[in-house]
Design a protein around this ligand. Structure first.
Ligand code: SIN
Ligand code: FE2
Length: 215
């Protein structure tokens, strides 16, 4: 979609949350079909699962990964692992359409040359939530985080660099991409419990792809 069309439809395409963090509205829309087709294959190879936190809680969000590194949690802690602990095999490769989308979104947000090596795939059913956290298992914080939303809407919480700071509430819908890096790289963020809804491409679910440079 061109900027002209956005203006014509009265939408602002880019919303800055703070220095280093931006929402690119509908940025992933033109890749929706390719992304969802690729996801079917990935999920057949590395099925979604509810991981357990180090504290012993089952996560409400179902997760899997693609790329060289996958984010995992179990009773020993959080880590990036090249091997899917469930299959004993490497995670499926990152589809080109994923890597390209993440790189373009990062560049659009001012982070040129982003090459993700990890993509966490989160699937939310109604009621699923993600409590406030920082993404800090990556080796260096020079690269941004690129987060793609598909399917039913969610309220994304975007907080400060301390957990106590009041978080902004940002409604994310199908195709929206959030990028945060630089001064915003370690901001706390999370997702409020999802409300029931329906999207023609994902049914009753929201899917989020989080791209990172882990290693
Ligand atoms: C995450 O922080 O890993 C996911 C955020 C989201 O689902 O929007
Ligand atoms: Fe996160």
């Amino acid at each position: 979609m061109s900027l002209f069309e956005d203006a014509e439809q009265g939408r602002s395409r880019r919303e800055e949350l703070c220095s280093g963090a931006v929402v690119l509205r509908r940025f992933a829309l033109s890749d929706e079909t390719a992304i969802l087709a690729a996801l079917d294959g990935l999920m057949a190879e590395a099925p979604l699962r509810h991981m357990v936190t180090p504290g012993g809680f089952r996560m409400s969000v179902a997760m899997t990964n693609c790329g060289s590194w996958g984010w995992v949690t179990d009773n020993t802690g959080y880590r990036y692992d090249a091997i899917d602990p469930q299959s004993g095999k490497p995670w499926p490769g990152m589809p080109d359409v994923f890597a390209k989308l993440a790189q373009e979104a990062a560049a659009d947000a001012g982070f040129e040359g982003f090459v993700p090596d990890a993509c966490l795939i989160n699937r939310y059913a109604p009621g699923a939530r993600l409590s406030l956290h920082q993404d800090k298992n990556e080796r260096d914080f020079g690269a941004p985080i690129v987060s793609v939303s598909l399917g039913i809407p969610a309220v994304f919480l975007f907080g400060g660099s301390r957990r106590e700071e009041k978080a902004m509430r940002v409604r994310l819908t199908h195709g929206d991409v959030v990028v945060w890096g630089g001064p915003a790289r370690l901001r706390y963020h999370g997702v409020l419990p999802l409300k029931e809804d329906y999207h023609p491409l994902t049914g009753g679910h929201r899917i989020n792809l989080t791209f990172r440079k882990a290693a």
